[in-house]
Design a protein around this ligand. Structure first.
Ligand code: NAD
Length: 288
């Protein structure tokens, strides 16, 4: 029979990633605390268990796609004694690296296996199964998880020891958020000077200012004012803060990360927890 994989967290990313694993032949059972998320997953053809105990029974691997590392720790602590020795726990959420390292060491000491394997590419690439995956932890465990990961992504980068995937992910999102904020500020300045936003985006995309946000976010979500990227501003603010905290924890001076963190936290205060991360454009324009 196909190996059973349990996905905990059936949000914007967990649902399409679970569907990718089903397509690859795994027996996937999902769980989410939210009734609405479980119902949506069922509607999309997935199988959601009513309780976490049912979800994990007989699973060879547990994949978490939860908001942050504290929630991952709470969820895993609630089930760890019920998992068979050797079960592979894969945290694909964007969690904080030092917390991940501590959690991973505890689970490994208890006879489980653990890697961090966060993803980049957003909802679209989650649906397509073409995410970038950055895996931290023992090579032998990543080898065991490789086929599961490749069901969701086109590449698995081995970043180093436990927590290094989460560090790489936070640093990526810091760079991504800085690029998005810079582009949004440029649009605000340009449009006040009389340059059509669409025209400026075309210029950036044909020039050296081009980045993933200028290509895939400015027209699609910001100028159109749909703000429907499927990635919450609260989650992006958490990721940048994670990168900045990591810098401070290990004694690296990072003034731009400090600044970008403060900017996104202020935007979160103003726009509220349900806002989309592309609404940073609305925040920057409103400030002017
Ligand atoms: P989301 O908010 O859409 O989904 C999270 C889900 O977790 C929700 O359905 C929530 O009900 C559930 N949940 C919370 N606590 C739980 C618990 N204790 N047990 C079970 N379920 C619980 O978030 P998302 O956009 O799917 O993101 C998930 C993770 O992936 C985050 O760490 C995020 O930063 C990261 N990520 C998101 C994107 C994106 O584009 N959305 C891209 C890359 C990485």
């Amino acid at each position: 029979p196909p190996a059973k994989v349990t996905v905990i967290g059936l949000g914007n990313m967990g649902r399409p990633m679970a569907a990718c694993m089903t397509r690859a032949g795994y027996q996937v059972t999902g769980f989410d605390l939210s009734n609405a998320a479980r119902a949506k997953f069922t509607q999309e053809g997935g199988y959601a268990a009513a309780t976490v105990d049912e979800a994990i029974a007989g699973a060879a691997a547990i994949v978490t796609l939860l908001p942050d590392g504290k929630i991952v720790r709470a969820a895993i602590e609630g089930i760890k004694t019920k998992l068979a020795k050797g079960t592979v726990v894969i945290d694909m959420s964007s969690s904080a690296p030092l917390g991940t390292r501590a959690l991973g060491e505890e689970l490994i000491a208890a006879g489980l296996e653990f890697i961090d394997a966060p993803v980049s590419g957003g909802v679209k690439r989650a649906i397509d199964g073409t995410l970038a995956i950055m895996a931290g932890g023992a090579h032998a465990t990543i080898d065991r998880a490789d086929q599961i990961l490749l069901a969701m992504g086109k590449s698995v980068f081995r970043t180093g020891p436990l927590g290094s995937g989460h560090a790489a992910k936070a640093l990526n999102n810091y760079v991504s958020a800085a690029g998005l904020a810079a582009a949004a500020e440029a649009l605000a300045i340009g449009s006040k000077f009389g340059i059509e936003p669409d025209t400026l985006v075309d210029v950036l995309n044909a020039s050296t200012g081009r980045n993933n946000s200028t290509e895939n976010k400015l027209k699609q979500f910001m100028i159109s004012e749909t703000y429907a990227s499927g990635f919450a501003l609260a989650l992006m603010a958490k990721d940048i803060q994670t990168a900045d905290e990591l810098a401070h924890q290990i004694g690296v001076t990072a003034p731009l990360a400090d600044e970008i963190t403060a900017m996104w936290n202020a935007a979160l205060q103003q726009l509220g927890p349900t806002s989309d991360h592309t609404e940073i454009g609305r925040y920057l324009t409103a400030k002017k």
